[in-house]
Design a protein around this ligand. Structure first.
Ligand SMILES: NC(=O)C1=CN([C@@H]2O[C@H](COP(=O)(O)OP(=O)(O)OC[C@H]3O[C@@H](n4cnc5c(N)ncnc54)[C@H](OP(=O)(O)O)[C@@H]3O)[C@@H](O)[C@H]2O)C=CC1
Ligand SMILES: O=C1CO[C@H](CO)[C@@H](O)[C@@H]1O
Length: 484
């Protein structure tokens, strides 16, 4: 099927019925059989994987060939619910190890909703096996494996689409096209927030993994000394071996949107720093629940970011993006405030260029067209957006303890950074009630990064470079970029 433009690709196709009933007989690599049927395998079923199943089964002529999970109970439960929808004609097969699925030449694509530490390796293996890949955010758990995933996509030419579904939103695309065209003046700061209330996770003692869980497959590439019940399910987000904190969890969406608004030629930042802490919760989690972070790009544009998870009376939920312009204008909650004005005007822009069909439909369209450029959130968008968060997290991880005080924010002559950090500090002090006496911020150093080599340079480079790559278990090594 020939590639056509994103905007027009799906025009004329019908909305679709679920297709659990079909079987495939094709050879791998191309979708070329009768009716362009796409056979997809979903890895990771407990949470987000359910949305993947619903998404794929909502597309015309898409078959879920396999469901994959190392937890037998989760696998059994998923098969049961699929069987109930398939009226006795279920063709989906259960599997615990994705490597067996990748050997099946009739599978066209994999869809990854496993924990973060698995995302890049599954993407790389998928590409090597000639499968198209839909991978949940963040595509990478560290900087280096993200680059390897990029190289694998380049080498094998498969479609890789990132689970940042805002990339399928023509309104956001249109807004960013208008910003880049200078409609509001020059963008100075692209600001993302992931402020949603959460609670602590308590402490779970080391124990044997449950019998229904294949712990070796769950860990995969992540080196973890000892199982405890806070890894499985979901709370692995709050441990560095497996998760990336809320900055590169929920925050990946808003980091990606923030970076998307910058000039198109900006890849990685040259400087990044973060300040924050894990306040109030006395628990086992390692990642911060509070963070102010910033990154400066080679052209002088900034991304600011704010994580604020601790709940308090009158909690202000903010899962959103804001845009600040050189002339003092800003866009906040869909309203444009001209310089000096307190009155917001509704922003009106044309829809932007995305592959139609939403996040699920656009991926299937890209797969049918065998055209990686049709992915809404391709492998490059994924890599650059994730690295932005990794660099901020790495600064935090190298931070020193400093008394909880507004003076802890060390931003040199960056008045914007100071102003926005102070807003967070006031909430933590007055709203949450973090005491000046006794509490501490973790204050990260400003790390310098070379976008070409994807290595840190200058002060703190040696410690920071150790955080660019996680150690892997022998059976699950992420290959070198040159060896994909
Ligand atoms: N785009 C979006 O809006 C959203 C994206 N996500 C992303 O989805 C991912 C999953 O999150 P969530 O579902 O909340 O987490 P959960 O912990 O609830 O589910 C993860 C699932 O992956 C399974 N798993 C672990 N290892 C493997 C493996 N080797 N092969 C196959 N499956 C495996 C887990 O197994 P087990 O059953 O043993 O735990 C579990 O069923 C995250 O990366 C998250 O960022 C999540 C929510 C929304
Ligand atoms: O992307 C996401 C959306 O929100 C979820 C719940 O907070 C996150 O965990 C998830 O990863």
């Amino acid at each position: 099927m020939a590639a056509v433009s994103r905007r027009h690709f799906l025009q004329g196709t019908s909305a679709a019925a679920a297709s659990l009933l079909l079987t495939g007989t094709r050879a791998s690599g191309k979708v070329d059989g009768a009716n362009d049927r796409v056979r997809i395998a979903v890895a990771g079923l407990n949470g987000r994987g359910k949305a993947h199943l619903g998404g794929w089964l909502g597309q015309d002529n898409v078959e879920v060939a396999y469901v994959i999970d190392p937890d037998q109970r989760v696998l059994d439960g998923t098969m049961k619910s699929l069987a109930a929808r398939a009226d006795g004609k279920l063709t989906t097969k259960p599997e615990s190890d994705i490597r067996r699925v990748l050997e099946d030449p009739t599978v066209d694509a994999i869809s990854i909703a496993a924990p973060n530490h698995w995302h890049s390796l599954m993407t790389i293996w998928g590409a090597q096996a000639g499968k198209h890949v839909y991978v949940e955010k963040p595509m990478s758990h560290d900087v280096v494996e993200g680059r390897v995933a990029v190289e694998a996509q380049k080498k094998y030419g498969v479609v890789v689409q990132h689970g940042t579904q805002r990339r399928s939103d023509a309104k956001i695309a249109g807004l960013h096209e208008a910003i880049k065209a200078g409609k509001f003046g020059r963008l100075k700061i692209s600001y993302g927030y992931c402020c949603k209330p959460r609670g602590g996770i308590g402490f779970k003692s080391p124990s044997d993994p449950p019998e229904h869980l294949d712990w070796t497959l769950w860990k995969g590439p992540a080196q973890i000394d000892q199982y405890h019940g806070n890894y499985v399910h979901y709370n692995w987000h709050w441990f560095w071996e497996t998760g990336n904190g809320d900055l590169n969890n929920q925050g990946t969406h808003q980091l990606d949107v923030a970076r998307w608004a910058l000039d198109d030629d900006q890849t990685h930042p040259v400087r990044a720093m973060a300040i924050g802490g894990r306040f109030q919760w006395d628990d086992q989690g390692e990642t911060p629940n509070t963070m102010f972070a910033l990154a400066e790009y080679p052209n002088g544009q900034y991304v600011f970011f704010n994580v604020r998870n601790v709940n308090y009376d009158d909690y202000e939920r903010q899962v959103e993006n804001e845009y600040y312009f050189e002339d003092g204008g800003k866009i906040v909650r869909g309203l444009y405030y001209p310089p000096g004005s307190k009155k917001g005007e509704k922003v009106s822009v044309e829809p932007g260029d995305v592959t139609p069909g939403g996040n699920w439909g656009s991926f299937i369209a890209a797969v049918r067209a065998n055209d990686p450029s049709m992915a809404n959130g391709d492998v490059y968008d994924a890599h650059y957006g994730c690295v932005l968060g990794h660099l901020m997290n790495n600064s935090y991880r190298l931070g020193e303890q400093v008394p909880f005080n507004e003076k802890a924010g060390r931003f040199g002559d960056n008045a914007d950074a100071r102003e926005h950090f102070l807003k967070l500090h006031e909430i933590m002090e007055d709203g949450v009630g973090v005491p000046e006496d006794g509490a501490e911020y973790t204050v990260g150093p400003t790390l310098t990064f070379d976008p070409e080599t994807e290595r840190h340079v200058g002060e703190h480079a040696s410690e920071a470079n150790t955080l660019l790559k996680d150690p892997n278990n022998a059976e699950f090594q992420v290959p070198d970029a040159a060896d994909v």
